[in-house]
Design a protein around this ligand. Structure first.
Ligand code: C2O
Length: 524
């Protein structure tokens, strides 16, 4: 169903069928309820920013492999940034506030259903790419070095040989700061996110006392999350980038696989859980860009966009919808001028004059289904029995998920494989106040339970830290969890059955949540 919004200002009664690109937000009509509106200016924006193709190519390097000379420059850059006055759009505070404003209901468009939100939908990757681009150029300008590039925090690399990539990089670690005067220090980080603890991309908060066996299982689950979100769960653009979001539509219609996880878990793992939410920095989008590790985290997220495109040339394509490509944003350039860009300018990093130093993406192999084990019988006889014995999801009775597991059966349309990508859509999510919700989905594995490892080949996907994957105003009827199923069915060798059997497992203390619908839909 397409919802219609009418533009009453237009004499032609033009229809805005959820569809028009967003024009650049007017910063002068900023809602300052979160205190992050940009400073006043007087200017109009006729032209788009022209990216300087004559700049030297900048190489973004892994943060765990930086040399002393680079570290000195990196610290100097943030020191100079922190010293800029707040009348300057480039200042430390204005940079961090820009992120806050684009994601905390600051910008309103007359015909939009809710205020602009660049998270939880298809703006996530390009907006952050621009944000990093200009931030990096500002730092380069301050240190007088056009080759300066932001490093990337390579947390997706689980190799156990030092220097480790999956710990807080040395430049950010407390051990580095004798007197906490480094410009890269942030007081609001998680004490248990300090080395030697390694990252937990499932975000189950097991970061205290990491025993060797817990570390080994974290290596495994981190690799599985990476593979699941980058490969098996994101065969097409819509699942990787997130749902379309156009002028006239709801803000935060649903983020892509990588935005939901690992992106969010890295934030919450790094931010201070003990601080009030307002001072948790990385753990809270309003304040996260106040921690310089934010930019190194997003540099890796931005790198994963390039990695995803290279993983399967053909299927892994950028979005081509003109309403996406023509959406505009404003940023401060390295001279402090407010400039206008559109998403089509973000797609080619070569024209932005930066690249990522090559690193091995070990999870492509180490987290793959091919190296995982099957945890349940897969014979035709067993599966047919399972299908007969599993109740279908009754849409008249939305389920209240108060137990830790729930198994249901969904029929696959007969015309399958003729068009599009087969996606299981679990809709009408009511999450309510469940703040730390962790759901794992498994295929053809009805005995899966809270102790079941995601290393099992039957692991289909994860809904984690829920409530964070949708805009705050999105009605429950529009909240959907989308899971690609064809690649998983193929890897299980079970693409021939008429029904799928899905088991959802809720980890931790079961929260009261509801689903209304389950169906299989074909995505183009
Ligand atoms: Cu704008 Cu990682 O968030």
């Amino acid at each position: 169903m397409v919802s219609l919004v009418f533009d009453t200002n237009s004499s032609s009664c033009r229809r805005l069928v959820q569809g028009l690109p967003f024009p650049a937000p007017d910063f002068r009509n900023c809602n300052n309820s979160q205190g992050c509106c940009p400073p006043p200016y007087n200017k109009t924006f006729e032209n788009f920013y022209v990216f300087d193709m004559t700049l030297p190519m900048r190489s973004r390097r892994p943060a765990h492999l930086l040399d002393d000379a680079y570290i000195a420059k990196y610290q100097k850059a943030y020191q100079l940034l922190r010293a800029l006055p707040d009348s300057d759009g480039r200042s430390w505070k204005n940079q961090a506030n820009l992120h806050c404003a684009y994601c905390n209901a600051a910008f309103y468009f007359p015909m939009a259903k809710s205020r602009l939100e660049i998270h939880y939908g298809w703006f996530f990757f390009p907006w952050h790419r621009f944000f990093l681009y200009f931030h990096e150029r500002i730092l380069a300008q301050l240190v007088g070095d056009d080759t300066f590039a932001i490093p990337f925090w390579n947390w997706d690399d689980q190799s156990a040989n030092p220097p480790l990539a999956n710990v807080l990089p040395d430049v950010f670690a407390n051990a580095m700061y004798k007197n906490k005067s480094s410009s890269l220090y942030d007081a609001n980080r998680n004490a248990c996110a300090q080395p030697p603890n390694i990252i937990d991309l499932q975000n189950l908060f097991q970061c205290e006392n990491q025993t060797p066996s817990l570390k080994a299982s974290l290596h495994e689950s981190n690799n599985r999350i990476m593979y699941t979100q980058m490969v098996i769960g994101a065969p097409i653009s819509r699942l990787f980038f997130g749902e379309p979001y156009k002028l006239g539509g709801w803000a935060g219609p649903g983020g892509g696989t990588v935005e939901a996880s690992p992106h969010v878990p890295v934030h919450t793992w790094t931010g201070n859980p003990k601080a009030k939410i307002a001072t948790s920095d990385m753990g809270n989008s309003q304040f996260s860009a106040f921690d310089p590790i934010f930019h190194a985290h997003h540099s890796n997220i931005d790198r994963l966009w390039e990695v995803w495109k290279a993983l399967a040339k053909g299927n892994h394509q950028d979005i081509t919808d003109p309403d996406y490509l023509n959406t505009e944003f404003l940023f401060y350039d390295e001279n402090g001028n407010l400039v206008k860009v559109k998403i089509s300018q973000a797609l080619n990093i070569n024209t932005l004059r930066y690249k990522y130093e090559d690193v091995a993406n070990f999870w492509v192999h180490d987290g793959s289904d091919a190296t995982s084990i099957s945890c349940f019988p897969t014979s035709t006889l067993e599966i047919n029995k399972m299908i007969i014995n599993t109740p279908a999801f009754n849409t008249n009775n939305p389920i209240t998920f108060a137990n830790s597991t729930f198994t249901f059966c969904v029929s696959r349309p007969i015309e399958r494989r003729l068009h599009g990508e087969e996606v299981l859509v679990i809709g009408g999510l009511h999450i309510g106040n469940a703040t730390s919700l962790f759901l794992n989905a498994f295929l053809y594995f009805p005995t899966a339970n809270t102790n079941t490892s995601i290393s099992c080949r039957q692991f289909l996907g994860k809904l984690g830290n829920s409530g964070v994957n949708f805009g705050p105003d999105l009605p429950d009827s529009k909240k959907e969890w989308r899971l690609a199923i064809t690649p998983k069915l193929q890897s299980l060798g079970m693409d021939q059955f008429s029904h799928i059997v899905v088991t959802l497992v809720q980890l931790g203390v079961p929260q009261n949540i509801q689903f209304k619908t389950t169906q299989i839909v074909y995505f183009e």
